[in-house]
Design a protein around this ligand. Structure first.
Ligand SMILES: C[S@@+](CC[C@H](N)C(=O)[O-])C[C@H]1O[C@@H](n2cnc3c(N)ncnc32)[C@H](O)[C@@H]1O
Length: 216
């Protein structure tokens, strides 16, 4: 992916960030974040998911909106400090479980708790992909697809550069560093079928949402 970091950003980096500022991206109070999370959860297809995994849950802001759609939801992050906050933020939701998990290395069936049915019905990844190197992003996408049951869903949400009302000069320009490049890695996979996707603009920011289904 053009513009992705040469090596994936470390868990230690994120731990340091969360310990110096508990909600570094303002996900619990910024209107942009709240509206984006509502938009993200609204893209989920109707019905309930038996077993779901959230990758890079941060402090659990989106997690709370995913929770009503899931029988079991495991919310994970590479940062133990973030996971601890997410656990507290969702303490009233007993069907949620939390754990540290770093992608792609720990993203496999044996790292998932026994109570979580394998293969999974849903995997959600919001604002994580561009912290991964190109090769790590490729492996992450492959492992996500492998963990899903046929017909299971992947929901992605990532910030993009697009200015409202403008079109990037070239496709490559649109992909640099941003969610467009992350989502393209998933779009290019033969075992994932894009179902729905859109770019939205709010508060001077833009983000891309994409829903995929694992092909049978
Ligand atoms: C920008 S925050 C996004 C948090 C939340 N998902 C959201 O949409 O607001 C990125 C999160 O991804 C986590 N993260 C980054 N790289 C990761 C990796 N390789 N494995 C798991 N989590 C990772 C970070 O610790 C951080 O909590």
């Amino acid at each position: 992916m053009p513009g992705s970091p040469r090596t994936s950003v470390s868990a230690e980096h994120f731990d340091k960030v969360y310990r110096s500022k508990p909600d570094p991206w303002g996900t619990l109070h910024k209107p942009y974040e709240q509206e984006k999370f509502a938009d993200t959860a609204a893209l989920l297809p109707a019905g309930r998911f038996r077993s779901a995994l959230e990758i890079g849950c941060g402090v659990g802001a989106l997690t709370r909106l995913l929770a009503p759609h899931c029988d079991q939801l495991l919310a994970t992050d590479c940062s133990a400090a973030a996971v601890e906050q997410a656990r507290q933020h969702c303490a009233d939701l007993p069907h949620l479980t939390f754990g540290t998990l770093r992608v792609p290395g720990e993203l496999d069936a044996k790292s998932l708790p026994a109570h979580l049915a394998d293969p999974l019905d849903l995997i959600v990844m919001s604002e994580v992909g561009y912290y991964l190197s190109g090769p790590d992003l490729d492996v992450t996408a492959a492992r996500i697809a492998a963990l899903l049951r046929p017909g299971g869903h992947v929901l992605l949400a990532h910030w993009v550069h697009d200015e409202p009302g403008t079109t990037p000069a070239t496709e490559a320009a649109a992909e640099i560093v941003t969610g467009h490049g992350v989502h393209k890695v998933f779009r290019d996979r033969a075992d994932l079928r894009p179902i729905e996707g859109r770019t939205s603009h709010r508060h001077g920011n833009s983000y891309r949402l994409d829903l995929f289904q694992r092909v049978t």
